[in-house]
Design a protein around this ligand. Structure first.
Ligand code: NCD
Length: 302
């Protein structure tokens, strides 16, 4: 399978076989001492939105493989503040690097960059739309922790504005997972995504009763409410704190239940849950590194 030069924009651009292949490369990377196969390669991070894990793990991944990272971590650090267009920025940055990773508040921004860029572009989140590399590490985590991907999963929280759950729902669908959607009123999964999944005959249900859902799933994928994407702050006030995972609500959970979260967490998982055997979100963070090393290795064709 040849990924050299390929952009990673939407998880829907990948087949089930593509995804299985990337996860298998990540597994090999994880088990070995990294070789400096990306020596001389430069990765640029163009981050127009805050990030801790995604940016730092891409930077760590390229450096562990012998390459280097440059870039900016917030909009204020780029010439966008002087009025430069995203396209002009990309036409500039491509001269300096071998691959670029972009996070931008506008849906479709990464696709646009990929259309004009000579070097591969990796989408690290475009508005509420997609976050494909997060999905790859989410799938990798499920595979490592459960040994399979055809699991019963509940996606919980802000399914409207959260991009990780959009990418993840499509990917889980490819692997025959059974998906339950649980969200506060008004933050439901976009109807377009639901209808795509239903057309593909994915096993999908929607529920508003978290306590009733928890005993029936293998994976709880919890997300924060995306406050920054609410057009009206009052609407955020109405839904904040609408759900919270606590040890009490987990008493009827399956023994092997795993709880994942793309992080950052605000208050949707209480810190007491961290001490339970179900909490796997920091393990999930650790898998970000081998998965992103695998992605860079493949895209740069080494
Ligand atoms: C997520 C994101 O940026 O979409 N964070 C991440 O990359 N792990 C989730 C979020 O911000 O809620």
């Amino acid at each position: 399978m040849d990924f050299k030069g390929r952009d990673i924009i939407s998880i829907r651009d990948f087949t089930k076989e593509d995804i299985e292949f990337i996860l298998s490369v990540a597994d090999r990377v994880q088990g070995t001492q990294p070789e400096p196969i990306l020596r001389g390669k430069i990765l640029t991070c163009l981050f127009y939105e805050p990030s801790t894990r995604t940016r730092l793990s891409f930077e760590a991944a390229v450096q562990r493989l012998g390459g280097r990272a440059i870039g900016f971590a917030d909009m204020g650090g780029s010439s966008e503040t002087k009025g430069e267009s995203l396209i002009d920025t990309v036409k500039t940055v491509e001269q300096y690097c071998d691959v670029m990773v972009i996070r931008h508040p506008r849906e479709g921004a990464a696709r646009l960059c990929a259309q004009v860029s000579e070097v591969p572009v990796i989408n690290a989140g475009d508005g509420s739309n997609q976050h494909p590399t997060q999905t790859l590490l989410d799938l990798y985590t499920v595979m490592k922790e459960m040994g399979r991907l055809d699991v019963e999963v509940a996606l919980i929280g802000d399914l409207k504005y959260g991009r990780t759950v959009h990418s993840l729902a499509y990917a889980l669908g490819m692997f025959n997972a059974k998906i339950t959607l649980v969200s506060p009123e008004g933050l439901e999964m976009p109807r377009g995504v639901v209808s795509d999944l239903k057309k593909a005959k994915i096993n999908l249900v929607e529920s508003s009763d978290l306590a009733e859902v928890i005993p029936k799933v293998d994976v709880l994928y919890v997300t924060r409410i995306q406050r920054e994407r609410f057009p009206d702050p009052e609407e955020y006030e109405k839904v904040k704190g609408a759900y919270r995972i606590t040890p009490e609500i987990l008493t009827k959970a399956r023994d092997k239940l795993i709880i994942l979260h793309p992080l950052p967490r605000v208050n949707e998982i209480s810190s007491e849950v961290d001490r339970t055997k179900h909490a796997k979100y920091f393990q999930q963070v650790s898998y970000g590194l081998p998965v992103r090393m695998a992605i860079l290795k493949l895209v740069l064709g080494e």
